[in-house]
Design a binder for this molecule. Structure first.
Ligand code: C2O
Ligand code: CU
Length: 463
């Protein structure tokens, strides 16, 4: 097995694979289809453990895979059957601001028993996802998330199978129930709420049968609150063809890579393992690689592997304007454990660190903890803007901008791929640039959900 291990549940020993619940994909219809957030039960842990009480869209984890062709409308009436307010944010979609799902910024929270009609166009093909933007550190941790796949209008790659794989990291008790303590200040000040049980599509061990030399499109989403997955494969060769939904200009040969919270990656892989063997998607941990997805190889799809795929067709994202003339702002990230933050603005007042902590805040952007009174920047529609970010903390952060995709700008001017979430290591600096072409108020926050709740939150305004 090439040093691949199966994970074991908190002290328990098991071998059984858990089948993923098959989520129905609603078909198109005239009356809006509902999407209901409600309680449910999911067999997250091995079958000898009880089912876990979760909150899920349609009561399942993950929620249904929503599919819409590029350039078309997606309409869902969101129904809140949870015991607390909620909303849906369509992560990574360059959406109309009123549909962005951010309570207090783009809409009122949806109260228990109430509903909200989401109706928007999906301009870009790719893999996106949906999740609440209200107490997301609790609601996402309880299982509220699902994939949103926007199909290429033309030029979809030809593959034998496509799999949407949503990775999550749960903190479970010995009875396999979700541990409480959501948003705990200790987690918030460190790496966020890390779990003790990893699932793919809600399953402790996700498996599929494939043929040797079959070509697969794997669409990965990291839905964990805080865990950065360090991913590798065995018995699969291939390419990363898109990141955060956006096609790479050239497919990039697949090797070990990090997938931070909220990030996505589209892989095209060919099964290289022999018939009778197994191939794996692995999470690399300190003590070795653990199987996230296992592909049992039976038979051959063709006599030899296919040749490299063509790049995916590009999405209609506007090209950056003159970077030399672009409006530019700085964003300094501070705070957290071992950060030495003395104080920051909170609700318009300079506040000591001790008082910040008692208000649940331990992080700051530009010396402001939580949503500042004024946006980080105000741009005119169509303007190219640059944000130069410095992670002046001892922790990694996954910086997410709503409503836009950006590129990193290296010191020499080289541009990175289009992304909506950027992993920044401790002490790292990064500059991003984008065309602010989508009017409205857009959040910019860390997607380690405890970090954003504890202060790593700002917004930009496009007029
Ligand atoms: Cu995926 Cu502000 O969120
Ligand atoms: Cu963070």
């Amino acid at each position: 097995m090439n040093g691949v291990s199966r994970r074991s549940f908190t002290g328990g020993l098991f071998a059984a694979a858990v089948a993923a619940p098959l989520a129905p994909t609603p078909a198109c219809a005239q009356a809006p289809i509902t999407l209901t957030a409600q309680e449910g039960l999911a067999q997250l842990a091995p079958s000898k453990y009880p089912k876990t009480k979760v909150w899920g869209y349609e009561g399942v984890v993950p929620g249904p895979v929503l599919r819409v062709p590029q350039g078309r409308r997606l309409t869902r009436r969101f129904q809140n059957r949870l015991p607390q307010d909620s909303s849906i944010h369509w992560h990574g979609i360059r959406i109309a601001n009123a549909m962005d799902g951010v309570p207090g910024v783009t809409q009122e929270p949806v109260k228990p028993g109430e509903s909200f009609l989401y109706d928007f166009v999906a301009p870009d093909a790719g893999v996106y996802w949906y999740h609440p933007h209200y107490k997301s550190y609790e609601q996402v941790a309880r299982g509220l998330y699902g994939a949103l796949i926007v199909g290429e209008a033309t030029g979809a790659p030809s593959v034998d199978h496509e799999e949407v794989l949503i990775l999550d990291d749960w903190r479970l008790t010995r009875e396999a129930q979700i541990a409480d303590g959501f948003g705990a200040i200790h987690d918030a000040a460190h790496a966020g709420r890390l779990g003790n049980w990893v699932t793919v599509n809600g399953a402790g061990e996700w498996t599929r049968e494939v043929k040797r030399f079959a070509r697969l499109r794997l669409r990965l989403i990291n839905a964990a609150n805080a865990r950065i997955f360090d991913l590798d494969t065995r018995g699969l060769t291939g390419w990363i063809v898109a990141l955060d939904g956006m096609p790479l200009a050239a497919p990039q040969p697949l090797k070990r890579f990090a997938l931070a919270p909220a990030q996505r990656a589209d892989l095209i892989v060919d099964v290289a393992a022999d018939s009778g063997g197994e191939a794996f998607l692995l999470t690399m941990e300190r003590d070795g690689g653990y199987a996230l997805a296992t592909f049992a190889v039976k038979g051959e799809a063709r006599p030899k592997a296919l040749t490299a795929p063509a790049p995916l067709p590009p999405n209609p994202v506007p090209k950056l304007g003159d970077l030399g003339k672009a409006r530019s702002v700085e964003l300094i990230m501070e705070g957290g454990a071992m950060g030495g933050l003395r104080g920051a603005m909170l609700d318009g007042k300079m506040t000591s660190m001790r008082a910040l902590v008692s208000a649940g805040k331990v992080w700051a952007f530009n010396k402001s903890a939580g949503m500042p009174a004024e946006p980080l920047l105000t741009a005119e529609r169509g303007e190219t803007v640059r944000i130069s970010m410095a992670n002046d903390t001892a922790w990694p952060h996954a910086m997410h901008l709503h409503g836009h995709h950006f590129r990193t700008v290296a010191a020499g001017g080289a541009l990175g791929p289009l992304r909506d979430t950027l992993l920044m290591q401790p002490r790292a600096k990064a500059e991003i640039a984008f065309v602010a072409d989508n009017p409205g108020e857009w959040l910019l926050h860390c997607h380690m959900l405890e970090h954003s709740a504890a202060g790593m939150m700002t917004r930009i305004r496009v007029t």
